[in-house]
Design a protein around this ligand. Structure first.
Ligand code: GLA
Ligand code: ZN
Length: 684
């Protein structure tokens, strides 16, 4: 049995391949054909029932499970598995009509009518009872069904509800958090614009088009509360499922870096992390895929390093995009393998069969309206199915990273909602910029939150660590003291957990560690640039000059050594890059948002210094990504060409074999446009 992690359910030690399947939208005659096509496409796992509430409970308390019974049986008869969903992402019309209080109230304080999806109140006791009841009915009926592989709770939790029930629950939540109203007023800096509350009844959700859009701490508490309410909805169902079908894993499909919900908290509730990936591959072909790599890594790390599941992806195009661009030949394979390379034990789709009506009738699907196996897309899917069928040894294998990048949801809330220093701060885009260097070098990266465990890494990078919560600076200091290398940037150490700015000099609690003081932040217009000029004979061997844009922090070196300085404007000659020795380690401060050439040279130097090795000794051409998983005995090395050109990769490592053909690999490899190769070698 490979490892080190078990398969998501020991019943199925194979890659999951399949996706959202809605037989209840189709006449029964189509079902046998679905089964035939599933076999042909190498699909073995179908997510059923996601939006089926009206078909499962057409009247309150009257269940119609016959169709689902039949589908579950057919899946079992065809050696396929059910990723069985609870239908709570969309309620039936009768329910909205009878219990209007379950409908959502939006930011504009408008109480919704029935329709759409994820259109319910996060607090309503009636709603909680309804979702528990349908989950109970499903679990009681299918808990012992041979096709049941795992539970898929709801679908893509999202949004907030601003109704009176939610407002009251928020008030209670705040009452538990703050011992006195005065403490709350202080946390929110409420004297500003006369926002001081004098009675708890005045406190409520922030914002509305007629009130105030953002009030620091209140907004952040509201996001924390919304995350907790969402988790409470999830738990309402998960508790039932776990009680009635112990051992069957429970998940819900997450949405990558989805800013509104703190997934570091949500992830703890899931037995396996799963997510829906819809990259904008067509916008800059071959160049945006590192962002997707980052999000795959994030999902692996949300599960503590365990393999995750790619729960949805489009086999072709996405109808909600402004332009429904097709995946070019080879793209589907390379993008599917990318998920696997970063730690996914599945390739799942939205959707199996294109519906004839409804909002998603043009969304990519395995089976097109034409209905046969003869389409290009179907053949592409079948090819992925054939590859996955040969990847059993990869199941449960792990990624070992020596580099970690901090992505923190609360930090993102505080940055993006702060008025100034610039409208668009591009937190996630900045993380991608730092990540790209490692992605291109073939160096694996983990993603951690502020509360993550930093101790196992050589290099910890925390771009724009604006919010530093209590204890975080101390843990980063301990990491560096013990020999770690830490990188911080402009806009760090600015505010505490309530978005109250630190006094006494930035970067606040990181100041001692960084050995600098940040005095002012210059913010540039999009077309403006400054220069970063490395000091002669600097310890990192940087040459440059490099280009700085958007943010230029004007800092003073205290105990830190200056490695580079600005080249222009009134702050020419002042430090732009510093290093501070701290205990056994070093802390680097990158004062400006710099170009790719800087990030490449800077991180190459740190990797040399820390002996951080890529997963393959090879000089990778641009657009080729190499990632590896390992079970401790063997390594599985994925080479992925995200460009439209053939890429030649010279190799200098002995012992590599093609996993699919068993053939030994020579001194080089040619990857066709969007081509890929899966290699194996004895574990390093
Ligand atoms: C999401 C949803 C699916 C479907 C797809 C379309 O990921 O979970 O139900 O709407 O988007 O891309
Ligand atoms: Zn509500």
């Amino acid at each position: 049995m490979p490892g080190p992690y078990p398969p998501v359910n020991p019943k199925c030690p194979h890659f999951l391949h399949g996706g959202d399947y809605n037989p209840d939208q189709w006449p029964t005659e189509v079902w046998a054909e679905d089964m035939r096509l599933m076999k042909l496409s190498g699909c073995n796992a179908m997510s059923v029932g996601i939006f089926s509430w009206a078909q499962l409970e057409p009247q309150e308390g009257r269940y119609t499970f016959d169709w689902l019974d039949r589908i579950m049986d057919m899946l079992a008869e065809n050696d396929a598995w059910a990723v069985l969903a609870t239908p709570s992402a969309a309620q039936p019309a009768w329910m909205s009509a009878r219990y209007p209080e379950i409908l959502r109230t939006d930011y504009n304080r408008i109480h919704h009518g029935h329709g759409g999806r994820v259109n319910y109140c996060l607090t309503s006791p009636v709603w909680r009872e309804k979702i528990a009841t349908i989950a109970t009915a499903l679990a009681e009926r299918y808990k012992d069904h041979p096709a049941l592989l795992m539970w898929h709770v709801h679908n893509e939790y999202s949004g907030e509800c601003y109704c009176d029930q939610c407002a009251a629950a928020f008030r209670d939540w705040l009452g538990r958090k703050y011992p006195t109203l005065d403490a709350l007023n202080q946390a929110y800096w409420a004297a500003f614009w006369s926002h001081t509350y004098t009675d708890w009844s005045q406190v409520g959700p922030p914002g509305s088009p007629y009130g105030e859009g953002f009030h620091g701490g209140l907004w952040i508490d509201w996001k924390r509360f919304t995350t907790e309410q969402t988790i409470a909805c999830f738990r309402t169902e998960a508790d039932v499922l776990r009680r009635l079908s112990p051992g069957v894993p429970v998940t819900t499909n997450l949405m990558g870096t989805y800013p509104p919900l703190d997934y570091w908290k949500f992830a703890r509730e899931l037995d396996v992390i799963s997510w829906d990936s819809y990259p904008r591959f067509h916008e800059r072909p071959g160049e945006s895929m590192h962002g997707t790599g980052f999000t795959h890594d994030l999902n692996r790390c949300l599960g503590g390093g365990k393999p995750f599941l790619l729960m949805e992806s489009s086999p072709s195009s996405q109808n909600w995009m402004p332009v429904m661009r097709l995946k070019r030949p080879g793209m589907h394979r390379v993008m599917s393998l990318q998920a696997v390379a970063h730690g996914s034990d599945s390739v799942q789709y939205f959707q199996w069969r294109k519906g004839r009506g409804g909002h998603e009738k043009f969304h990519g699907a395995v089976v097109d309206h034409e209905g046969s196996e003869n389409s290009r897309v179907f053949q592409d899917v079948a090819e992925v199915g054939q590859i996955l069928a040969q990847l059993d040894p990869v199941i449960g294998s792990a990624v070992k990273a020596e580099v970690a990048i901090v992505y923190d949801w609360e930090n993102g809330w505080a940055i993006e909602h702060s008025a100034g220093p610039r409208k668009d701060k591009e937190y996630i885009a900045t993380l991608h910029e730092h990540y790209r260097t490692f992605w291109e070098a073939g160096v694996p990266v983990d993603v951690v939150g502020e509360e993550g465990d930093f101790s196992g890494y050589k290099l910890l990078i925390a771009p724009m660590l604006y919010m530093v919560r209590p204890g975080v600076a101390e843990r980063i200091e301990a990491f560096v003291e013990a020999g770690g290398t830490f990188v911080a940037t402009y806009l760090s150490g600015i505010a505490d957990e309530n978005d109250l700015v630190f006094t006494g000099g930035w970067p606040g609690p990181l100041r001692r560690l960084m050995g600098i003081r940040a005095e002012e932040l210059d913010v540039l217009y999009d077309d403006e640039r400054n220069l970063v000029v490395p000091a002669r004979d600097n310890a990192l061997g940087l040459t440059g000059p490099f280009e700085a844009r958007v943010f230029c922090d004007l800092i003073h070196a205290e105990s830190a050594e200056v490695l580079a300085s600005y080249g222009e404007d009134f702050y020419a000659g002042r430090p732009a890059l510093t290093v501070n020795r701290f205990g056994q380690g070093r802390a680097y401060y990158v004062a400006s948002r710099n170009d790719e050439a800087f990030l490449d040279a800077f991180y190459a130097a740190l990797m040399r210094e820390q002996a951080i090795r890529p997963v393959l000794s090879a000089k990778l051409p641009r657009g080729v990504s190499v990632q590896a998983r390992s079970d401790g005995q063997r390594d599985y090395v994925f080479m992925l060409n995200f460009t439209r050109q053939t890429r030649h990769v010279p190799l200098s490592e002995p012992g590599l074999e093609n996993l699919l053909t068993g053939q030994a690999i020579g001194r080089s490899l040619d990857l066709e446009p969007y081509g890929s190769a899966i290699l194996t070698r004895p574990a390093r």
